[in-house]
Design a protein around this ligand. Structure first.
Ligand code: B1M
Length: 210
């Protein structure tokens, strides 16, 4: 087993200490930070995402794996900057106005970061104006919206209409997700994509940067 395979396995097990030690060891052995990121950490996070999609692991395992991955990313960060690895691109992410649920949104954020997308996280209960402002100032190419309440679903449309009014609708892809929304709802409000879980959200977001 290569050291990057081992890193991937330890990410999936959520073993921060092992991930940290192996990232340091791999750097000393001459692996580039990019190789460690792409062949170790991201492979591990994608694997946990796939297992999550199939209900083979649950929320706590995903959170622990993401924490282990982030420990590795912290070790690699200075080397990645030196090697000139640019993030894939930027996404603005939030839970819509009136809704305070953030566990799903945070999982989506972690999966997006796991595939190299920089996330501007506006948190929960976020107004359309704030989303427009963040999309405009950051130049993000993706806006990712989460909601868990049927009573706040309507705010997706509010945000999409506000992006349109601000002249940003052609510049950003809007993705939505969360328990009460669906593919049909996404079409109805004019979103570019609906995904049912965090792992597929990362796949779709990545496709918007190709
Ligand atoms: Co609330 N809550 N809650 N709650 N809560 C629900 C959602 C509810 C279904 C429970 C119920 O009644 N059975 C219900 C909504 C009913 C409805 O609207 N039809 C409900 C209610 C009513 C409320 C309050 C109104 C209760 C009250 O005060 N009377 C209140 C609302 C507060 C507010 O938001 N204004 C409230 C409050 C809370 C807590 C604060 C206690 C807590 C939130 C803590 C937190 O988030 N930090 C809470 C919780 C935990 C839940 C349940 C139990 C669990 C939600 C969760 O985190 N699931 C929930 C019941 C349930 O879902 N069984 C419930 C795990 C999470 C990983 O899943 O967020 O669905 P989820 O994310 C998934 C996918 O949906 C998807 O990916 C994730 C993982 O793969 N996904 C995306 C999510 N966003 C995505 C975005 C994407 C793509 C995929 O692209 C951008």
């Amino acid at each position: 087993m290569s050291v990057t395979d081992e890193i991937s396995a330890f990410v999936q097990m959520g073993r921060r200490k092992n991930v940290k030690e192996l990232c340091e060891a791999a750097l000393s052995d001459g692996y580039t930070a990019k190789e460690i990121l792409n062949e170790g950490l991201i492979v591990g996070m994608m694997a946990i995402g796939e297992k999550f999609k199939k209900d083979e692991v649950y929320v706590p395992e995903v959170l622990i794996a993401a924490r282990a991955m982030n420990t590795g990313v912290e070790i690699l960060k200075p080397y990645l900057t030196k090697e000139g690895v640019e993030p894939v691109g930027k996404a603005v992410i939030c839970t819509v106005k009136g809704d305070l649920h953030d566990i799903g949104k945070n999982l989506v954020k972690m999966m997006l970061e796991g595939v190299g997308i920089e996330c501007i996280d506006l948190g929960t209960d976020v107004s359309a104006d704030k989303v427009v402002e963040a999309a405009e100032s950051s130049g993000a190419k993706v806006v990712a919206l989460s909601s868990l309440l049927t009573t706040t679903m309507e705010y997706h449309k509010d945000i999409i209409d506000s992006l349109e009014r601000a002249g940003l609708r052609d510049k950003v892809k809007v993705m939505i997700g969360g328990a009460p929304v669906s593919e049909d709802f996404a079409k109805q409000v004019g979103a570019d994509a609906y995904t049912p879980d965090a792992a597929s959200a990362a796949d779709v977001a990545l496709s918007f940067f190709e």
